[in-house]
Write a new protein. Sequence first.
Length: 263
Amino acid sequence: MPMLGLGTWKNEDPTQCAESVRVALEMGYRHIDTAQIYGNEAAVGEGIDAAAVDREEVFLATKVWISNLTPEDVIATTEASLEKLGVDAVDLLYVHWPAGEYDPDETLPAFDELVDRGLTARVGVSNFEPHHVERAMDVLDTPVFANQVETHPFCKQSALREHAAEHGYELVGYSPLARGSVFDNDVLQDIAATHDASPAQVSLAWLAEKGVTSIPKATSEAHIRDNWESRSLELSTGEIARIDAIERHHREVNPDFGPDAWD
């Protein structure tokens, strides 16, 4: 799984969404993230189809929404997602939240079935705390490949990063720019100025240093490129320590979720 991807949450205009996916892929991105609830799977598929990049080169992920987590709905809505995306299979299929119709003993065997049928190559979870992940590991025949959670310098997810390293799954960070809040932080601004970079690039570089895969949402070519160029930014040990020491702690999405899983 490429460690920098294009997120598409809130990328709701079909034309804009398809174009941003096309631009990102032709720029070099190879990881595209979407979800049933985003309402843009068809546009994402159009963007993939329009790009001068072979489908086999693209790591494509989507997520099954909480109202679709009964076994029958997991199968039916995943088949519908694949049709919208215009693909035979996705590279990663997530449980979007451990909520709604989610019952690990009922829901997760349906994900195993999708792997057996070749409709997804991997199974992931999203917004899971460590105990949720461990329960999923106990039920699934397929390894848990990734856990996608909000992660950025103000929501460092230290416990989940340690848990991921211990149990051998990937941590994928959504909202890695804290929905723009990174641009207002003095520490990130100062480090960015030192490197002639943007605070966004600093945040993404810090996450990469922590082993977190980032999926920032971007729609304009300028922002897509700015995020892409974070791959060449190398932070010093001192700069990483300064970011680690940022005392501001908040979540941008569902702020009451998982108080024991982030710091």
